[in-house]
Design a protein around this ligand. Structure first.
Ligand SMILES: [Zn+2]
Length: 632
């Protein structure tokens, strides 16, 4: 081979191999999209992904910074060069169409739609939470987009369904449409960018400081001059002021446990919160859904067991001053440790009225997850999407069931648990399609069924008026189903202007229907109820892969050809959450306080946040969208 031909051979070889390499690289994210390994991410990579989601899935995703949205200062001195770490990045995921009815029904549903807050890392050197949350956002919007039948480059819906399971894609899409989800992978952007715990802070005179610890910076159990010093805490505070969060997750690292309030140092020793029963149950189930951490040890969540240890922060973690956890849980109702208005001097101060709270804003279940013993485990311990939702999540040395995989799951569980729901899944052998179609309005009860659009949208079956027609349903957003049953009859016999499919009902409206069903004598009955059952949900034992279902047989013999029946499923859930804790409650004599507990255990509970048009309405019976049965 001559020199020149050798050179051209080498050139050809190099260009060929580099294009093969390029092809291989291009293939990685999408080529084999069934399987994905979670890897460590830089802030630039995270922000790129957030912006890309907002571009590709603009129907569902809003990307913003708290600097742009709330006028907060950049964390970097204006004299220094600006980078992604100077700004606090956030994503809002919501379905803008589902409740966009012109009638009042949609507005009411929007008013009650729950908000969920997810914080990936208040400490910048604790690196797994942000990775998990970026994937949570991605999974949610990919699933919603597929269910809405949108075509998005890079989103292979067949592969997604293959990899997650069709029912899980429908589940994720339901979460997107029925909640507003705030994903803040790196609230402490500055710290994450610099790979350090604290938010960087340089005094105006140029004197450098050791920075600000954002999780000591909230107005609970903290001196007024020592709270809201960081832009991280102000970012979270602004989000809480502007929304009504019922459920929140705050991810950290350096230990392994899942904890809940109280976590303030000045709460007396061995005292539990008024919501301790619900908090404890939820954290225990979350630990099981995170999956096994170790191959041996006890099944339960005790120290050194196979799963994350759970308990209240003061007991199994440690107390802090100015923690985000207690602030979000108690700032609206507990005033002994609540700081009266923060007066920080950093960043030219912060308006005092921003830390004066109404009765509704800070009653959030706020679960703290300490993900891993090392704050920044290698990519090889973060896991993959293989068997992401396939219980039992056994110990596998973090190869698939790694730290990011575990907390993609816990974050999704939090989103699910924020509000109970019921779905009728099956009539006889017919599996019914999910009623939630992202980017489509839920149909109203008086929708014109002669219109093809609505015909397609309802759950409809046609059957003869016979005995023993089997209906199956399941309950979500809750752990224990205390009571569940069906109520059915001709559409025209339900009380007018109440039974619909867009909103939950008031107890009086449900009671009115029950009265119709039970008061009339047999043979002349207008509505029918089935026997009351009890049981569980997918969260009752999260280490099982089956979602428990309920079923019963309908007697359709009282009906005639042409009758159009509505079948609703109702459920009462998690009533034990209002039980008095076994430990000593602090403050003494306080009853349950959180939205999420009162929402499902107290039918008289109403908590309004008028300035944003949101409220939490308590109820005992939650109701499904109806199944329509046409008698032929
Ligand atoms: Zn931390």
């Amino acid at each position: 081979m001559t020199t020149s031909s050798f050179v051209s051979f080498i050139t050809l070889f190099l260009s060929l191999s580099s294009s093969i390499l390029l092809l291989v690289l291009l293939q990685l994210p999408y080529g084999n999209s069934e399987e994905e390994s979670y890897i460590r991410l830089s802030l630039d990579e995270i922000v790129d992904e957030m912006q890309s989601l907002a571009t590709k899935y603009s129907q569902f995703v809003t990307y913003d910074t708290s600097q742009n949205r709330y006028g907060l200062p950049s964390t970097c001195p204006s004299s220094s060069s600006q980078n992604t770490g100077c700004y606090n990045h956030l994503l809002i995921i919501a379905d803008p169409i589902i409740y966009s009815h012109k009638s009042g029904e949609g507005q009411l549903a929007l008013q009650h739609r729950p908000d969920v807050f997810l914080s990936g890392a208040l400490h910048g050197d604790e690196r797994v939470g942000p990775v998990a949350l970026v994937h949570v956002a991605t999974l949610l919007v990919k699933a919603a987009s597929c269910q809405a039948k949108l075509t998005v480059a890079g989103n292979d819906c067949d592969a997604l369904k293959e990899s997650l399971g069709i029912e899980n894609v429908a589940w994720l899409a339901r979460l997107v449409s029925t909640r507003r989800i705030f994903v803040v992978p790196t609230p402490n952007s500055s710290g994450y960018y610099l790979e350090q715990r604290n938010e960087d802070y340089t005094k105006p005179n140029g004197q450098s400081t050791s920075g600000i610890d954002p999780n000591r910076d909230f107005p609970y159990n903290q001196a007024p001059s020592q709270c809201m010093k960081s832009i991280t805490a102000r970012t979270i505070n602004e989000l809480f002021l502007e929304h009504l969060f019922q459920m929140s997750m705050t991810y950290h690292g350096g230990i392994e446990n899942i904890t809940f309030e109280w976590g303030a140092t000045d709460v007396p020793d061995n005292r539990v919160s008024p919501d301790d029963v619900g908090q404890r149950i939820l954290a225990d189930k979350m630990s099981l859904y995170a999956g096994e951490l170790y191959s041996s040890g006890q099944l339960n969540t005790s120290p050194n067991g196979r799963f994350y240890e759970t308990g209240d922060m003061n007991d199994i973690l440690y107390g802090v001053n100015g923690g985000f956890e207690d602030y979000a849980y108690a700032g609206s109702w507990e005033d002994q440790l609540q700081a009266k208005q923060c007066t920080p001097s950093t960043y030219d101060g912060y308006p005092a009225e921003k830390t004066q709270y109404d009765d509704a804003t800070l009653r959030t279940f706020n679960i703290l997850v300490e993900i891993s013993k090392t704050k920044d485990p290698p990519s090889s311990q973060l896991g993959t999407n293989v068997d992401l939702f396939n219980a039992p999540f056994a110990f596998d040395n973090n190869s698939n069931n790694g730290y990011a995989a575990k907390h993609i799951r816990t974050a999704l569980m939090a989103i699910d648990m924020v509000e109970p729901y019921i779905e009728i899944n099956k009539f006889q052998k017919k599996i019914l399609k999910p009623e939630i179609k992202p980017l489509k309005k839920l149909r109203t009860i008086d929708a014109d069924f002669s219109n093809k659009r609505w015909q397609k949208r309802r759950k409809l079956v046609k059957t003869r008026p016979k005995l023993n027609k089997k209906v199956e349903w399941s309950v979500g957003g809750s752990i224990n189903v205390d009571e569940t049953y069906l109520i059915y009859g001709k559409y025209s016999n339900f009380p007018p202007n109440s039974f619909g499919s867009v909103n939950q009902l008031n107890q009086s409206e449900i009671n009115a229907a029950i009265e119709i069903a039970t008061a009339t004598s047999a043979g002349d009955q207008l509505l029918y109820v089935t026997e009351i059952q009890s049981g569980g949900t997918r969260w009752t034992d999260p280490t099982l892969s089956d979602v428990p279902t309920f079923s019963t047989l309908l007697d359709l013999t009282p009906f005639e050809k042409g009758d159009e029946l509505a079948v609703y499923a109702l459920a009462k859930v998690d009533q034990n959450w209002k039980n008095t804790p076994s430990g000593n409650v602090w403050p003494v004599g306080k009853d349950v306080q959180s939205h999420i507990v009162r929402q499902r255990t107290d039918e008289t509970y109403v908590s309004n946040k008028d300035n944003i048009g949101r409220s939490v309405q308590g109820r005992l019976d939650w109701i499904s969208v109806p199944l329509t049965v046409l008698i032929r």
